[in-house]
Every structure is written in C-alpha cells, then in structure tokens.
Design a protein around this ligand. Structure first.
Ligand SMILES: *[C@@H]1O[C@H](CO)[C@@H](O)[C@H](O)[C@H]1NC(C)=O
Ligand SMILES: *[C@@H]1O[C@H](CO)[C@@H](O)[C@H](O)[C@H]1NC(C)=O
Length: 406
C-alpha cells in the first residue's frame, strides 16, 4: 500500500517535470556599476573605466585581471555564492549564448554607470541603468525565441535580481562641477530626481516580469581614498557621506511605498552603511590595519585613479579596507556582503543542483579558488567555484550592444 503510494508520487513527480517542460534553473541578473562589473567595460573599446591591468583580480582565479574592480570577489559574487546561485557572466562576453544565460544568468553591471543617463559621461563609454534594462529586454527576447514565451516568462519570474547603482551619480556626476547636474540641482531636488528615476526603473523591471529583486544602498562613499585626498586633513568628506545616507533613506522609503503596487513581487532594499562606517573608524576591531588608503597605489602620487602595473601593493591585501582609490577590497566586500545577507534574510536556491532538472554548471577554466585575501575570511572556503570562464560557442545577438552612450 505504502509502496503504491510512493510509486504514485514518483510518477506524479516525473509527470510534473515533463509537463513543466524545460526545467529551468534559478539564476540571477545583475544591474550595477563598477562595484559589480565582471568584465563588461573590457569590451567597451572607448571606456576609460577599466579594470583590465594588473593588479586587478590578483586574488581571483588565476590572478589575472578579469574585469572586476577589486583584488578578489565583488559583493554580488559573495552574496550569490551564499544563495547557491551561479556567478553570471558579463553581458558583453563574446561567448555569451542562450545556454549560458539559462545556466548562469547575466551581469550587465558597468564601471562608471549610474542610475542617470548622464552620470559618468567623462568615462566616455559605460552602460547606464536604462541601457542595462534595454539589454535585459534583448536578453528576454533571445530566451523567448529559444525556449518559448511561456517558459521564458517563468524563467525570468523565478530568477533573482540585483540592482546596485548610485555611487557614480554622486561621485561622477552631482559632486563634480564639470557635470551640469551639479549646478542644475540642489541636494533635495537632485535626490528627488535620482530616486524618482530609480523608481521608474524598478517599475519598468516589474513590467518585464522581474519578481524577486534586491537593491543595494550606498556605503560611506565620502571615505573612499579618492574623497579623502580632497580634504587637507585627509578625513572623510562629511557632505558626501550625508548624501549617501540620505540616498539610502530615500530609496528605502520609496521602495516601501512602491512595493504594494508591484503585484506578485518582492523588492527589498538594504545597505551596509553603518557597518562599513564602523570598519573605517575601528579597522582593528575587524582585522584590518588600514582603512584610509588604497592597497594598490602609485606611491606618493595620489590619487592615481586606477591600479596599474607600476603601482605598489600593500603587504597584506586582506588587511586593507580599500583596494584602489574607489573600491573596497575582497575582505571589505566580505563584510558588506555578510551585512546585506543578514538584512535581506535570503534563502538558498538551486538546492537540487545535482538533480536531473538542473543543467550542469558552466565549464571552468581551472581552480577558481579565491586567493589569499579571501582565504582567511571565515566562509570563503565554502564558496562555489566561479563560473567566470565560460567557453560556449555561438555568439548571441550581443551585437546590438552599446556604442558610446554619452
Ligand atoms: C536614457 O537613455 C536611454 C537609452 O539608454 C533612452 O532610451 C532614454 O530616453 C534616456 N532618457 C533620458 C531621460 O534621456
Ligand atoms: C502559454 O500560456 C497560455 C496561457 O497561460 C496558454 O493559453 C498557451 O497555450 C501556452 N502556450 C504554450 C505554447 O504552451
């Protein structure tokens, strides 16, 4: 009797998966800036924001530059690993095809990009948020052609989404007098404009079937080494930090108000401002020895803006909060990710990874362990290897991709 019941269950389960048709894996799609870029800017020939030279990526995979603007993992890498999600390849990766997308998702993040179209114009080429959404639409069309409209809708509704932009809208726009936004707006009107634009973008994503989304807030960006060199004391720029806090509060409020109108969706906001601020004030308490200058630095010539082969590296990369003038190190990203994981209360996905349904992971180029910096952080060891070196053939219609959008 019991056996019959079990058998029936098995049959139903099998039938269930047959009826389900294409058994899609849960993957993630990432919209962001240099804090999440995994190589898009490398393929923008005219972009001035690139992480394509040593010593970027020194603690990731084979240690060569991989497009990430840090020595190791990004915050999204760490959070995605924790959730059991594959690491999505850069949209601009010439190897990107439908199978890669179905197995790994896509990362549209682009160094220098912002919520606003005009942000980062001085980098010449970057993908702003609206452009990233356009590319996402193209991705959806590609997948719908491959697996059918209904399955495609399901695939994109089940996927997880990250939206992590905003720093550049301040650092490489509003706070720089070369940009017209700096004299067109004041703090309040700029905040309304920026957060209002983000609201429109989130609504647009919902219209495209995005259901499970987390938006990351800003850290104390007035404390990045580049901002500190602006003050004679070398201290944090208080005005900049206040703007970051204000953006976080306004975005949190906007998303709380917006959420009820987004049917069937869970859109969450979280930031790690307070923790990072505490790390910067009390680095030793968190195992850091330096929280005010970049680990990769061009000697006394500062700011050097990017890390270059002639730069000198700090002795212990895991003990520096900042990797370069703008970006946190792998160890700092670990702390930021942990805080966000706590705030978002994520549940793991793809637990049946080894089951029949889930397609096999993207090929790997070798041991993609995270390097020394990550090695001594507590949970780096259980991080899955990165799907950062996919080698599929057959290029998709990435051809319609970005030319300069400034
Ligand atoms: C922003 O850029 C997108 C294309 O990337 C364009 O469709 C849109 O009209 C632009 N919006 C504004 C306000 O300029
Ligand atoms: C897609 O879904 C619609 C409505 O849910 C249904 O009527 C239609 O038959 C489905 N099409 C395919 C090809 O499964």
């Amino acid at each position: 009797m019991k056996f019959v019941a079990t058998l029936a269950l098995v049959i139903i389960t099998i039938l269930g998966s047959v009826i389900d048709g294409y058994n899609c894996k849960i993957v993630q799609f990432i919209f962001g800036d240099s804090l999440s870029d995994v190589g898009n800017n490398e393929y923008l020939p005219k972009s001035l924001a690139k992480a394509n030279l040593p010593w970027y990526g020194i603690d990731f995979g084979n240690g060569l530059p991989n497009g990430r603007f840090t020595n190791g993992r990004t915050v999204s890498d760490i959070i995605g690993d924790d959730m059991g999600l594959p690491r999505p390849p850069a949209f601009m990766d010439p190897n990107l095809d439908e199978d890669m997308i179905l197995n790994n998702g896509v990362n549209y993040a682009s160094g220098g990009g912002g919520i606003l179209n005009e942000t980062g114009g001085y980098f010449i080429q970057r993908l702003c948020m609206y452009k990233q959404i356009e590319l996402f639409k193209g991705t959806q069309e590609l997948i719908a052609r491959k697996i059918g409209k209904n399955e495609s809708r399901k695939f994109f509704q089940e996927a997880r989404y990250v939206v992590a932009l905003g720093s550049n809208d301040f650092i490489n726009n509003y706070l720089m007098p070369v940009y017209s936004d700096s004299w067109t707006y004041n703090d309040d009107s700029f905040m309304d404009y920026l957060v209002g634009t983000l609201r429109d973008q989130l609504k647009m994503l919902h219209g495209l079937g995005v259901r499970q989304l987390m938006a990351f807030g800003l850290g104390p960006m007035g404390c990045i080494p580049l901002q500190r060199v602006l003050s004679t004391s070398g201290g944090c720029q208080d005005k900049t930090n206040k703007l970051a806090k204000k953006f976080n509060d306004a975005t949190d409020k906007m998303m709380r108000e917006l959420s009820p109108s987004l049917s069937g969706a869970t859109y969450k906001f979280g930031d790690a401002f307070d923790v990072v601020n505490d790390v910067i004030i009390n680095p030793y308490r968190y195992g850091f020895t330096n929280s005010d200058s970049p680990c990769c630095s061009f000697g006394r010539i500062r700011p050097a803006l990017t890390c270059i082969p002639a730069s000198i590296l700090c002795k212990d990369r895991s003990k520096y909060v900042f990797w370069d003038e703008y970006h946190p190190s792998d160890s700092a990203n670990m702390i930021i990710a942990k805080e966000l994981i706590k705030k978002f209360k994520f549940t793991r996905v793809n637990q049946d990874d080894n089951g029949q349904g889930a397609p096999s992971p993207a090929p790997q180029s070798g041991p993609v362990a995270d390097g020394p910096a990550a090695a001594d952080s507590p949970s780096a060891s259980d991080a899955p290897s990165a799907a950062d070196a996919p080698s599929a053939a057959d290029t998709p219609s990435a051809a319609d991709a970005p030319s300069a959008n400034s």
